[in-house]
Design a protein around this ligand. Sequence first.
Ligand SMILES: [Zn+2]
Ligand SMILES: [Zn+2]
Length: 288
Amino acid sequence: MIKADCHLHTSFSGDSTAPMEQMIEQAIRLGLSRLCFTEHLDWDYPAPKPQGADSAGEATGNGPQNPLSLDLPAYFKRFEELSTHYRSQIELRFGIELGMIESGYAAYHTLLQRYPFDFVIASSHLVDRLDPYYPEFWQSYRQKGNEAARLGVERYFASTLEHLIAYQNFDTYAHLDYIIRYAPGKRSYSYAEYADSLDAILKRLIELEKALEVNTGGYKYGLGVPNPQPEVLRRYRELGGELITSGSDAHAPEHIAYDFAICRELLSSLGFRYYAVYDKRSRNMWKL
Ligand SMILES: [Zn+2]
Ligand SMILES: [Zn+2]
């Protein structure tokens, strides 16, 4: 059984309104042993597009204009209060999800030294400063017709590899094929289409001894598979990868540990026996 949900958001993240206590109470009801909060910080995430403008607003560091900024002092204070309060019922851990962007690397290094993080997720939400969640990202590929989705996805993977070469201060890479949730007309793909890019990413993670996250948000989005999809997990295993982390990416209590039982079966069928959890950035392996 997967007893740790190590990817979730509360009202400290710009895209969630869930109070931390409600997430904790739900995790206790579900019988989880551990919950690791991983609030968003996406450095320079562009402000929402003003009416009538063609492109997204200015990039804003971690300032108030940034919709995925993070008030770290407030987050840490509340985490400490609640981890003390719930100590006898569940293990709470302090994590963060860092949105990869070149302009954020230095700031990320600094703040990771400043706070006692248990766990650090890296993930790609922006590619060339645009989020594939929004149509603006896909517009830049539109002139290429049916090839748009394939080219957009290919660029997403290439950009992920660039981050993995330039930045290593993290523990797991989250939702590796996040883009497939939003690719127009393309809710699935075969490994063979992107084998070169994906192999390079997986080999890099293995070489760095970083984990690959299995994000059950894919089930929630109706993809029928987690992110990344099973072929990617199978290939990771084939290449010698063993470090898996588990996360629902819940933004609301009802999505905590989403389809974890299905995910466990999948991992087990692919030959995984353990998953990784982190305390003060140090890895422990728990039985699946
Ligand atoms: Zn994410
Ligand atoms: Zn997330």
